[in-house]
Design a protein around this ligand. Sequence first.
Ligand code: SF4
Length: 82
Amino acid sequence: MSDHTEKFQINAPGRFYVTRACIGCTLCGQIAPDNFRENMDQSLAISHSYVFKQPVNETERQLCEEAMYTCPANAIRDDGTD
Ligand code: SF4
């Protein structure tokens, strides 16, 4: 059984990341489209999102935080270090 707190390796290195708790609702990509993207890998049983780019300015950082607080699965984490 996979650990739901485990981060996907596909996340861009940095403070924000998506864990295996993701249910693939795509909400984060709608809130912060410059930072979150859906993994379209056809071999996956269930699609999930991931951080494809860490925020590079204050606006992006705030949108990443909004996505984190809005995520219905509590799957987005911020370890607080860049
Ligand atoms: S908002 Fe949360 S559950 Fe929905 S796709 Fe993003 S990380 Fe996954």
